[in-house]
Design a protein around this ligand. Structure first.
Ligand code: NAP
Length: 330
């Protein structure tokens, strides 16, 4: 490769998202068990922002590039790597963008156990958009909640990356879905995308509305805050509540008696805690479930690589699917 420098979106101090700046650094050299990937697309996630703000537990001290999701082509292989030049890969494992250089860059080195071949029924854009959100939903719906065919899943923040991945995955697992979205603007689009029912999260009668559709056997919740108490109310006996995020706040007054008498189970998810081998296993299993329906994530908007700040700003306003950047590089 003739060029030695690459562009990378890095931050040097915890603080505001504006600390994330494009800079030029040396292109990394892969170790024996690593590959060098020329990235084509990278996803942006709300957690990248929390990480730069210094409130993401387990993140390393900067400087490094953020970005957990990526898709690209292998252009150099270490002596012990099982991959080949030209393989298109995605990045399912956690350390990228949390404890080592992330995917919002032109190139990245990663070990074999932190990459996975792009399925041939996903485009590179879909690979960069879908990997982490599908893995998170898998951790909730499969590993934690053991979702059974015919069960109903309530999905909050339904229009976001997690929400739309959950819709696709629940359907592939034989379940039914109730979308919870703030207001009514996105209602028709969510119904068109296949949700069985749509309710307004802010409606004072939200619990009764969900119960009218049979209640929730499983809840995948990205909102938390005051909504969490309502999640407990709308859960059916033996319901499982998967806590994914806290976009609506961190404090809630819950009724423990309902948790006891309904025998509820409450799980905290953290996709980044999948060990490398676990995420390989989980991705393989979830792709097997998605493949018959060729399940994929909807992409809301693709921003040019030099507009990463704009991509984060767009995500803040509530997208309809995933926000990604690319194509990266020349
Ligand atoms: N635990 C984990 O391992 C894990 C993994 C991935 C993501 N997450 C977290 O899960 C959350 C959602 O991620 P995402 O990728 O789906 O984000 P996203 O694409 O930005 O979508 C989030 C959705 O939540 C709703 N929303 C946004 N702000 C809100 C607010 N202040 N109050 C209530 N609802 C709000 C919006 O949906 P409506 O407009 O339809 O209401 C929005 O589309 C984030 O907090 C993220 O950090 C956690």
């Amino acid at each position: 490769m003739s060029k030695s420098k690459m562009k990378s979106w890095r931050f040097h101090e915890f603080g505001s998202i504006s600390n994330l700046q494009m800079e030029e650094i040396e292109i990394p050299v892969p170790g024996d068990d690593e590959v060098l990937i020329k990235l084509e697309y990278a996803g942006v996630n709300p957690a990248d922002k929390f990480l730069i703000m210094g409130i993401y537990q387990g993140a390393s001290e900067p400087p490094y590039a953020v970005g957990r999701d990526g898709c690209g082509t292998i252009i150099e292989v270490g002596a012990k790597s099982k991959y080949s030049l030209g393989d298109k890969v995605i990045t399912p494992s956690a350390p990228a963008g949390i404890n080592r250089e992330g995917t919002l860059a032109e190139y990245i080195t990663l070990p074999d156990n932190q990459i996975y071949l792009l399925p041939d029924w996903w485009t590179p854009e879909e690979g960069a958009a879908g990997t982490k959100v599908f893995l998170t939903c898998w951790q909730g719906l499969h590993d934690a909640a053991h979702l059974q065919p015919g069960e109903t899943v309530v999905i909050t923040g339904a229009s976001g990356g997690i929400g739309l991945a959950a819709q696709t995955l629940v359907k592939a697992m034989g379940g039914k879905t109730i979308a919870l979205t703030r207001g009514t603007d996105k209602r028709d689009q969510l119904l068109k995308l296949g949700f069985d029912h749509v309710c307004d999260t802010n409606d004072p009668d939200i619990v009764e509305n969900v119960k009218a559709f049979g209640g929730a056997d499983v809840i995948l919740d990205v909102v938390g805050g005051k909504f969490f108490a309502k999640a407990i109310e709308m859960a059916n006996p033996y319901g499982r509540i998967c806590v994914v995020g806290a976009l609506g706040g961190v404090k809630s007054e819950v009724d423990p008696v309902q948790i006891i008498f309904k025998r509820l189970q409450i799980y905290g998810l953290q996709v980044s805690l999948y060990e490398a081998e676990e995420s390989q296993r989980a991705l393989q299993e979830l792709l097997e479930v998605l493949e018959p329906s060729k399940g994929k994530i909807m992409i809301d908007k693709v921003f040019p690589f030099d507009q990463v700040q704009e991509a984060f700003e767009h995500m803040r306003h509530g997208p309809m699917g995933k926000v990604i950047v690319g194509p990266i590089g020349e």
